[in-house]
Design a protein around this ligand. Sequence first.
Ligand code: SF4
Ligand code: SF4
Length: 276
Amino acid sequence: MMNNFLYKHRFFLSRRLVQIAILTAYFGANAYGWSIVSGDLSSSIVFGFIPLSDPFASLQMFFAGAVVSVDILFGVLVVLFFYGIIGGRFFCSWVCPVNIVTESASDLRKKLNLQEKESEISFSRNIRYWIIVISLLLSFIFSLAAFEMISPIGIAHRGIIFGFGFGWTFLVTIFLFDLFSQKYGWCGHICPLGGFNALIGKYSLIKVVHDKDKCLLSMECFKACPEVDILEMVGKESHIITGATCIKCGRCIEVCDNDAFKVSVVGLAKQLKGKL
Ligand code: SF4
Ligand code: SF4
């Protein structure tokens, strides 16, 4: 029974474990001087010598006219290397603290039966890409990293490490927004960091793949996936989930009783073809 539960929720439990472990490591660095990982989600040091720099935050700094140091550039390369292997939006479901808020809102939407009434307020998933452009323009005009100033991701992360102040109001607003507007309204439509990471991790080697021969069209994956547009070929043909916005959450794998999804290593040539 217990084993079944653990297996059924293996991705969810692993993700929460990783998210909490990472936040604990940052918290420990500030509170107790641990040296596993210190800094914040825009710029960190791992084990005291490996820099990690968020590419979107670094690009905003560049547009703002700041001197981007060699350390930051190296940190960007390290992150791009990992995103090239596992996918940029891996950050969303395995690291970002806001993901815990938005998935909780989504689960409550489901319990309150609001899920199906989606699109009372409906907006495009492309808004996030326009916000990237606007953020870079504002960074250039005002000489500051525009999105970083108001980023709920940074606010949540700093709040957990250093104490919240009024930062929690941002998270409550996102929770209520996701609950009453649209399923995954923030992460699936608006957040520019999620959009940026999707763009740079599109051809990552780790992909979710779908096996049509095992698919019995229960459509549970459609209910669970936060980026449902990327599942358009489900049930029609076996294919690689090539959509850049896949957050590698594993929800499709967990909810499919027929094992029609799995994680696989897929080379670039196959990805361009789209089929297995
Ligand atoms: S879309 Fe943005 S807020 Fe949502 S999980 Fe990704 S980075 Fe975090
Ligand atoms: S395709 Fe699967 S792993 Fe990707 S976002 Fe959707 S549910 Fe998550």
